[in-house]
Design a protein around this ligand. Structure first.
Ligand SMILES: [Zn+2]
Ligand SMILES: [Zn+2]
Length: 361
């Protein structure tokens, strides 16, 4: 919280022209203005005083007035495809797999509620050496070919927070490796970050990520209904990186508990869809060419624990983390990072047992 406060001048000066300082005072009007006020189908949405301008599920939870469980149904009730994917299997531990192309086709063109030029392309990997670029929204937008007018950032805070956690994991691994190689040298985090920002050292650091990389996302709510956006992580990490992401929290629907699904890797851009943002992606200065990324995707390894190279697996667990973490770890191994983006750690006593569990690990 103190860190966020210290960054307030930086946050106030962010480059997105649609984010007014007072938008949370009139969220419905503001979201209407952005044409993304989505009041939709799953719930008894008779309270749609403002009407609906979009049926895109990804925006369903963005309005604090109309997006909560009372107005829009339980968290996860509008999650696209999950029940459909799992209904074909009677086995709870069977993990259905689909390619990104199949997923995007099944979601349909309106799911994300933005024109292709304004939405991140879930089919395409970002240019390499993304860590330094992703330190700011301007850098992220440039990297993913998005115009600053796009309100996509509103949907992406969870997945970019996850990415920031992965960068920290990379930094720690790089520091550990350096300390191992040169016990007397005194490496520091900025040096490690700089190494990751480009060049061969950056590639070495990226290659050092565990396979699969296991992440726990605690307390998911709107992320349950907008789960496909979490696949943006696979677009931002190095090609071939396997990701296992566990969504753990009391708001996970009972029908999703213990279930998982696996989605294929993104390809090198462009995806071929007319006007898609991936056609305007810009590599960071000094990073290797996108074509080389494609070669690495093509040469990625074979089947391992966590699925084939580049695949991203999502699992859902209902319950407080300290209640289910032991079961999740027994089945899938310990997490490399634990992220709680909706935590309210300073406000809610319910987090104390989870915090205690984390400290004891
Ligand atoms: Zn509203
Ligand atoms: Zn695309």
């Amino acid at each position: 919280m103190a860190a966020a406060k210290a960054r307030s001048p930086e946050l106030a000066g962010h480059p997105l022209p649609w984010a007014s300082a007072t938008h949370m005072q009139l969220p419905c009007a503001w979201l209407h203005q952005l044409s993304v006020h989505s009041i939709t189908h799953t719930a008894s949405s008779s309270s749609s005083s403002g009407g609906s301008t979009s049926s895109a599920t990804s925006w369903l939870r963005e309005c604090p007035k109309h997006g909560g469980p009372a107005a829009a149904g339980a968290w996860g009730a509008a999650a696209p495809l999950l029940r459909e994917l799992w209904s074909g299997s009677g086995l709870a531990d069977e993990v259905p797999a689909l390619t990104r192309e199949a997923l995007v086709a099944a979601l349909g063109p309106d799911w994300i509620g933005l024109p292709p030029a304004q939405a991140p392309c879930l089919l395409s990997s970002a240019p390499s050496c993304a860590a330094a670029e992703l330190a700011s929204w301007a850098g992220y937008y440039r990297l993913r070919g998005l115009p600053l007018e796009s309100p996509a950032a509103l949907l992406l805070d969870a997945v970019l927070t996850l990415h920031a956690a992965v960068v920290r994991v990379q930094q720690q691994l790089l520091l550990a490796a350096r300390h191992g190689e040169q016990a007397t040298a005194h490496a520091d985090l900025p040096a490690a970050a700089a190494a990751m920002a480009g060049g061969r050292a950056g590639q070495a650091a990226a290659a050092a990520l565990p396979q699969p990389l296991v992440l726990h996302l605690l307390g998911p709510r709107r992320e349950l209904d907008a789960w496909p956006l979490l696949l943006e992580l696979g677009c931002l990490l190095p090609p071939g990186q396997r990701i296992e992401l566990h969504l753990v929290g009391p708001e996970v629907p009972p029908w999703a508990h213990g279930r998982g699904l696996r989605v294929g890797p993104p390809a090198a851009p462009p995806c071929g869809r007319q006007g898609c943002s991936c056609g305007r992606q810009a590599a960071a200065p000094g990073s290797e060419a996108v074509e080389q990324q494609a070669a690495r995707v093509g040469s990625a390894g074979s089947e391992h624990a966590g699925g084939p190279a580049g695949w991203q697996t999502l699992f859902f667990w209902r319950g407080a983390w300290h209640e289910v973490a032991a079961e999740v770890e027994a089945k899938h191994g310990a997490p490399h990072a634990v992220v709680a983006p909706n935590a309210g750690l300073a406000a809610f006593m319910e987090w104390i047992p989870t915090g205690t569990w984390l400290l004891l690990q």
